[in-house]
Design a protein around this ligand. Structure first.
Ligand SMILES: Nc1ncnc2c1ncn2[C@@H]1O[C@H](COP(=O)(O)OP(=O)(O)OP(=O)(O)O)[C@@H](O)[C@H]1O
Ligand SMILES: [Mg+2]
Length: 248
């Protein structure tokens, strides 16, 4: 099984606060990996490090290696990394533009021609199950969509430039059961084409959709294994206590 993305001895500090401690992890191609752990343990920081976003933060001191397709990420052009590794942030907000313009934004930046943009936009809105809901109102402000629709739009927007890896930070945090199920179905359908890493506080969600699960505590990886093992046969006592709901 090919590891598309991996980190070696990754540590991140903000001033004197150590937020990630010597992380070693490999994320498999065409699999869904869930990252779980209590609030503040460093999940979002890890995702931001994976797509090199954190390197723009001058407050962050980063040590260690990140490999994309076995190549050191430092050696790859930033533009290429951002295209290959798409990210949807915790509580994403669409741009204050129309639905269509939101979808078109990155495509224009990457110089995709108008006709092709139209085709890609339609395809990605279909993949995220939004097309039928918005096809007659593509010129409407994206901010007028419901929370669930906005979340799916942000995922569709991230997919527009064909990343290989999709990083999702709590994509269902503000969604109801039906919208959460929609996103979960969508992710399961997408994994044939993409490698997905999802941060979630919803342990049931991790157990439903993730092939592998990484459990973090206070900036450290405590256990990283097949989801089935993390939830049913954890090796570490701390994992056992977390999945039984003892921590936050
Ligand atoms: N840019 C930053 N500057 C300084 N400290 C930061 C920065 N980003 C994160 N931190 C600190 O790093 C720690 C980990 O934050 P992070 O956002 O990664 O946690 P998390 O696991 O995603 O939490 P949550 O589940 O609440 O989203 C926190 O103590 C946070 O205050
Ligand atoms: Mg977070």
């Amino acid at each position: 099984m090919l590891d598309l993305l991996s980190v070696e001895n990754l540590s991140v500090r903000f001033h004197d606060q150590k937020v990630l401690r010597n992380i070693n992890a490999s994320f498999k191609k065409n699999k869904i990996t869930a990252i779980i752990g209590p609030s503040g343990c460093g999940k979002s920081t890890l995702l931001k490090t994976l797509n090199t976003l954190l390197m723009e933060d001058h407050e962050a001191n980063i040590e260690g290696k990140i490999l994309f397709d076995n190549e050191n990420i430092d050696k790859i052009e930033k533009e290429k990394i951002r295209q290959k590794i798409g990210m949807v942030f915790q509580n994403p907000v669409p741009f204050p533009l129309s639905i269509y313009k939101n979808m078109e934004y990155a495509l224009k930046y990457y110089g995709v021609k108008k006709d092709e943009r139209k085709m890609i936009i339609e395809e990605k809105l279909k993949v995220t199950g939004l097309y039928e809901e918005v096809k007659d109102s593509l010129n409407k402000s994206a901010l007028k969509l419901s929370g669930g629709q906005q979340q799916r739009l942000c995922i569709a927007r991230a997919l527009s430039i064909e990343p290989e890896i999709l990083l999702l930070d709590e994509p269902c945090s503000s969604l109801d059961v039906k919208n959460t199920k929609n996103i979960e179905h969508m992710l399961l359908a997408l994994k044939d084409q993409y490698t997905i890493i999802i941060v979630t506080h919803n342990l049931f969600q991790a157990s439903r959709i993730a092939d592998e699960t990484l459990f973090m505590l206070d900036g450290e990886v405590i256990e990283f294994d097949l989801t089935e093992n993390i939830f049913n046969h954890p090796k570490e006592q701390r994992t056992k206590e977390y999945v039984m709901g003892i921590y936050g």
